[in-house]
Ligand binder design. Structure first.
Ligand SMILES: [Zn+2]
Length: 120
């Protein structure tokens, strides 16, 4: 039995992803582009996956290039940056790096969704 790439639970014979995580992947694909984090969570919750599993799914970094959460953060950062006229080319890998760097420095508490003034 192989374990699921996302949640590490048993995935089944010759499967890399368990049925619930597969359902979440399918749900993301139906969202197309331009969805919000809220839309994403709604779509994932509609698959009836438990919250804990959704968390794991979002945090999994399969290729070492950033998790699904990082991908979405990168996309939203780029959209926000374009809106304010300062285009950036953030990608999931950079978000991952920022996230890891952040662990190493003292934190100023931020409201959810508030851009960090320390970042460029
Ligand atoms: Zn899974």
């Amino acid at each position: 039995m192989a374990n699921c790439l996302y949640c590490q639970e048993k995935a089944g014979w010759f499967k890399a992803v368990c049925p619930q995580c597969q359902a979440m992947l399918n749900a993301i694909q139906t969202l197309g582009s331009g969805f919000s984090f809220r839309d994403l969570l709604d779509a994932l919750m509609a698959t009836n996956a438990p919250n804990e599993k959704i968390e794991k799914f979002l945090e999994t970094d399969i290729k070492g290039q950033g998790s699904i959460r990082d991908l979405i953060t990168a996309r939203m950062t780029n959209e926000l940056a374009r809106t304010v006229g300062q285009p950036t080319d953030t990608d999931a890998h950079k978000v991952k790096k920022i996230r890891e760097d952040e662990k190493k420095r003292p934190k100023i508490p931020l409201k959810p969704g508030q851009p960090d003034p320390m970042r460029k």
